[in-house]
Design a protein. Structure first.
Length: 203
């Protein structure tokens, strides 16, 4: 969903149930119906109405009130259900024309397939095929932290004002980062990276 704040508020709020329950309940005179809705939502939003709030070369023309009103179109409860929230700034020209090479798509695909294989083996006969589908009890079982990791998450919970839902989502993302590295344990740097992915200022 591009330009997420431009969607009608009722449409955005209707996403909360399928993101949480992976299904949609429809009530009609003829009865109640439940449909599967295990979606992967990808949304994008400008940082302000004019789009230049984070621009290093062009000044933003919006007032603080306009920026706040614009971003409040995406409610806190909806944001709370989005696992990863990151800010993306406009690239510099040198970055566009640079010759620096990263991982190829084939290399990334291989790592992802290995991580998904780890998760299928982890959950065995459970009706769970990925870390993102874990319930609260399974998060406690499969996302255990050491003392340093626990302290980091505790500090983040307080400083960022996280909800219980956000707390569990960070653990799920950290578990996935560890799986992508082939690490059987969640380390501090996995948690630190996962916390950074909740760092969007739109909330």
């Amino acid at each position: 969903m591009d330009e997420l704040p431009e969607f009608h508020k009722d449409s955005l709020e209707a996403l909360r149930q399928p993101l949480e329950d992976r299904c949609i309940n429809v009530s009609r005179v003829a009865g109640n119906f439940t449909f599967p809705a295990n979606i992967m939502l990808v949304g994008a939003a400008n940082p302000c109405p004019c789009g230049f709030l984070l621009d290093k070369e062009k000044d933003c023309s919006c007032s603080p009130y306009q920026i706040q009103k614009y971003m409040k179109r995406i409610s806190g409860p909806l944001l709370d259900r989005i696992d990863i929230q990151i800010e993306v700034t406009k690239p510099l020209y040198s970055e566009l024309v640079g010759n620096e090479e990263g991982e190829t798509s084939a290399e990334i695909k291989c790592r992802v397939e290995q991580a998904r294989s780890i998760q299928r083996e982890r959950f065995g006969d459970l009706q769970v095929t990925s870390n993102g589908a874990m319930n609260a009890r399974q998060v406690r079982q499969y996302c255990q932290m050491d003392q340093a990791g626990s302290k980091l998450l505790k500090d983040a919970f307080k400083s960022l004002g996280l909800s219980a839902r956000s707390h569990d989502k960070i653990l799920k993302v950290a578990r996935t980062i560890a799986d992508l590295e082939g690490s059987p344990k969640i380390s501090v740097h996995h948690l630190a990276e996962a916390v950074q992915y909740r760092g969007s200022k739109i909330s």
